[in-house]
Design a protein around this ligand. Structure first.
Ligand code: AMP
Length: 468
């Protein structure tokens, strides 16, 4: 199927071609016809499915021939990063339309936003709080909005933005087309959808299930060995660029600093950073200046970096939704990706919740010498074994030496493997890949270094810091 079947305005279609999109993604196939005809849409889809274009194309199509100089479309998003990401996609797809888009969010100067809201932009992509600030001080108006989009509505709910969102929706004319996208549909959101949507087309794409182009794996590890296992994983040749998630801002900062000291090209992305620094981190990661980005959930919400080869959960996410969102950063738009989660004995409950909700058993891969055997022994969950790959997972041949199968490796006394790397992975590509040895990274790489770290107590110090 191609985009030919949709009656897109030629200048919008030109943007699709310039973006290089040839085949509509499933959500685009399902939503575009009705959305282009002006129907409201309730889209249940996670990031990575192409949902931005699913609302951006109808929006551009609708606005392209109309008047200019007023806010005619409003997209509300939970985070600045997502707002920026949407803005970039709209600019890309709308490059031939002459329509202007601008972002409005906190943490940056108000002046350019005021100009945009006073007629400098046709499309506003906004986070709720700052938009309401402007509106309540008389800057801008939503009276001319013809298309309203709420994106990642579940996340806005999680962040307590629903009252703000409601206030915004009230200011948009009844006649406006409304599109609501969300990965999940909690009760409160269902109510909002019922209130604001008029006979919507309901489109559901892989609800709560991660993209099928992603391979999932759990790596049992001793809490005190997490960083060392992370380094081991980062050193593998197939890890081209990794997005590493931590539970807190503080942990993100500290982990990034530590990895930086070890010579990794790393940046951090967490809520305590200024918008400028967040943007620098993202731009650097996108451009390849950084191979590793250590982030928290909130900061990473809107990240669209197609080159992410691996998402690594340094800490298990608190909710299944967060797991889905995190790993949605890899395997984007049909590209393949890997989702790796480090698990300790304390994570068993959360891991089971993830597996239960996603209806899959995720393969365990134990790398010897990092204490994962003990974690495996804690995993007492009986029953279903097998199904090494999650739903739709693709066999990759990766980790063939020690993984590629669901069962944990036979237990081995902790530490015994450290000095003699016997895990297949390390025997296969144990040395640090040359392309990663930048900025002093040459110091690293041998397994002896790892066993040394265990001997000199670094591991236990780390354990104190990392223990949950
Ligand atoms: P989204 O789910 O909107 O965040 O989109 C994920 C990624 O898919 C983005 O990098 C988009 O640019 C890309 N994308 C969206 N639609 C298509 C398409 N039809 N063909 C190829 N890539 C696409």
């Amino acid at each position: 199927m191609t985009f030919d079947r949709f009656p897109l305005h030629e200048r919008v279609r030109a943007g699709v071609d310039a973006a290089g999109y040839t085949t509509p993604t499933p959500i685009q196939s399902k939503a575009l016809t009705d959305a282009l005809a002006g129907r409201d849409v309730l889209g249940l889809a996670q990031t990575g499915t192409g949902k931005t274009a699913a609302f951006a194309l109808p929006l551009l199509h609708h606005l392209v021939d109309g008047p200019r100089g007023k806010t005619r479309a409003l997209i509300v998003a939970p985070t600045r990063e997502l707002a920026e990401q949407i803005h970039v996609e709209i600019k890309k797809l709308g490059r031939k339309t002459g329509l202007r888009s601008a972002t409005v969010y906190g943490g940056v100067g108000k002046k350019p936003q005021e100009k945009a809201l006073r007629g400098g932009a046709d499309i506003i992509v906004a986070c709720p709080g700052r938009l309401l600030d402007h509106l309540s001080s008389g800057v801008g108006s939503l009276a001319h909005v013809e298309v309203l989009v709420l994106d990642e509505a579940d996340h806005m709910f999680d962040m307590g933005f629903l009252p703000d969102v409601r206030r915004i929706v009230k200011q948009v004319p009844e006649s406006a087309q409304r599109l609501l996208f969300s990965a999940t549909m909690p009760k409160e959101l269902r109510h909002l959808a019922e209130e604001m949507l008029n006979d919507p087309l309901r489109v559901e794409i892989a609800h709560s299930a991660p993209a099928s182009t992603i391979d999932h794996a759990l790596y049992p590890v001793d809490p005190g060995m997490k960083q060392e296992l992370l380094e081991h994983l980062l050193d593998r040749s197939e890890v081209r660029s990794a997005l590493v998630f931590t539970r807190t801002k503080h942990r993100a900062k500290r982990l990034a600093q530590r990895l930086g000291r070890k010579g990794y090209q790393v940046a951090e992305l967490q809520g305590n950073l200024s918008q400028t620094r967040r943007q620098q981190a993202l731009d650097g990661f996108r451009s390849g200046k950084y191979d590793v980005l250590v982030a928290t959930d909130i900061a990473a919400r809107g990240i669209d970096v197609t080159r992410v080869s691996h998402v690594i959960n340094f800490d298990v996410p608190d909710t299944v939704e967060a797991y889905t969102h995190r790993i949605g950063r890899t395997g984007r738009a049909e590209r393949t990706g890997d989702a790796v989660t480090l698990i300790t004995g304390e994570d068993a409950k959360q891991v089971h919740a993830i597996e239960r909700t996603l209806s899959m058993r995720i393969q365990r891969i134990t790398v010897e010498g990092y204490g994962g055997d003990a974690v495996n022994r804690c995993e007492t969950r009986p029953g279903k074994r097998g199904g090494a790959r999650g739903k739709g997972g693709r066999p990759s041949g990766r980790d063939r030496g020690q993984g590629g199968r669901p069962q944990p490796k036979t237990a081995r006394p902790e530490g015994a493997g450290a000095a003699h790397p016997t895990d297949g992975e390390r025997s296969r590509d144990g040395g640090t890949p040359a392309h990663k040895r930048r900025g002093g990274r040459g110091r690293r790489g041998g397994s002896g270094r790892r066993s040394g770290a265990r001997r000199d107590g670094a591991a236990s110090r780390e354990g104190g810091a990392n223990g949950r």
